[in-house]
Design a protein around this ligand. Structure first.
Ligand SMILES: *Cc1c(COP(=O)(O)O)cnc(C)c1O
Length: 352
């Protein structure tokens, strides 16, 4: 059955009357990362990547959006509204197009990756550039919502319900919950949703619970400072958020799971972004690589010292690398030119 509402219907707040707006999101691959594992000092079958870039619009946001837009249609909304660092806008635009709803997206001017903006425009979203940051845009979105406008940011409770299904998929793929789950933290909806999903399965199936390991960019790390950041700054634009909407829920996830929320520098994030692409063959966006940078930082400080032989660690790679071509251009790479001549090409090959 295609799409996560049909797949997990009995665990979601939908009824037979709910119209299902789906682009066949969910059911994403869980892929081993043996090289990254080695760098973390772990065995070749310890580290798994949940490739959320394989969702229809290229990020995990589709999991929440199928729910939020389906419920908006059910409630009679005529349009959806969101603030976004890019991926929520891309996803809302696609699902709204599918549903025949208007879609207005509020983006922080100059801080959205090119591919994400292209998606919002291609799907016909009415795009508004806000002279401010994401937190300003979210404030405007909240004020504009109501009446026939449904707010589809992760403060919409249906978003987190859809997103929790990623945990169900991880447990089904591994046969149990992992010991640790690493993921980037921006607005903190996803860490909240994963924790909810793991708990739900554990209560019913005894599948266990991971430690939730959330990672922020050092320049946008309100959880580390213990207070909102007025001017968040990082090149990992999807987690460039100073005042997370799901603050208390994320703290609860950290406490209940005996996990951690840490920070990694942009330098560490971009290194991990390059390593994932070069050594394990997975091209994610920079924000997603915060999970891998966090894994390496945690391993380096001896976090896995007492690890069991069958340790399982899952990293969510939240979005697809193709969304952010400008960041990709900063990776170490080489392009050579060659005349259209076989002898010249053979000389070039020999030179490596
Ligand atoms: C939205 C997003 C995040 C942050 O998720 P939150 O639920 O806001 O913490 C991280 N990475 C990518 C690629 C995203 O699109």
């Amino acid at each position: 059955m295609a799409g996560l509402i049909n797949r997990w219907r009995e665990r979601l707040p939908v009824s037979a009357q709910t119209p299902v707006i789906t682009l066949h999101e969910g059911n994403t691959p869980l892929v081993l990362a043996p090289r990254l594992a080695k760098r973390a000092g772990l065995g070749p079958e310890a580290v798994w990547l949940k490739i959320e870039g394989a969702n229809p619009t290229g990020s995990f946001k589709d999991r929440g959006m199928t729910m939020a837009v389906s419920k908006a249609v059910e409630a009679g909304a005529k349009g959806v509204l969101c603030a976004s660092t890019g991926n929520t806008a891309a996803s809302a635009a696609a699902y709204a197009a599918r549903a025949g709803l208007r879609c207005v997206v509020l983006l922080p001017e100059g801080a959205v990756a090119l591919g994400k903006l292209a998606q919002a425009l291609a799907h016909g979203a009415e795009t508004v550039m806000v002279k401010g940051n994401f937190d300003d845009a979210l404030r405007l979105a909240r004020e504009g919502a109501g009446g026939t406008w449904a707010l589809v940011n992760s403060v919409n409770p249906y978003r987190l319900e859809g997103q929790k299904t990623a945990s169900f998929e991880v447990v089904e793929a591994l046969g149990r919950a992992p010991d640790y789950h690493f993921l980037p933290v921006g607005n903190a909806g996803n860490i909240t949703a994963y924790w909810r999903g793991y708990k739900e399965f554990d209560v019913e199936r005894g599948s266990g619970r991971p430690r939730m390991m959330g990672w922020q960019a050092a320049g946008a790390a309100p959880f580390i400072l213990g207070r909102p950041v007025a001017k968040p700054n990082t090149k990992a634009t999807a987690i460039r958020i100073g005042n997370p909407a799901s603050w208390d829920l994320a703290i609860t996830a950290r406490e209940e799971s005996r996990g951690e929320i840490g920070a990694v520098t942009d330098k560490a994030i971009f290194e991990a972004y390059g390593l994932l692409a070069r050594e394990d063959g997975v091209f994610c966006e920079p924000s997603s690589a915060a999970s891998a940078a966090g894994l390496l930082a945690f391993a380096k400080k001896g976090g896995f010292k007492k690890a069991s032989a069958d340790l399982k660690v899952v990293l969510t790679l939240t979005g697809n690398g193709l969304k952010d071509p400008d960041s990709a251009k900063t990776l170490k790479s080489r392009i050579r030119t060659c005349s259209a001549d076989a002898a010249a090409f053979k000389r070039l090959l020999a030179k490596t």
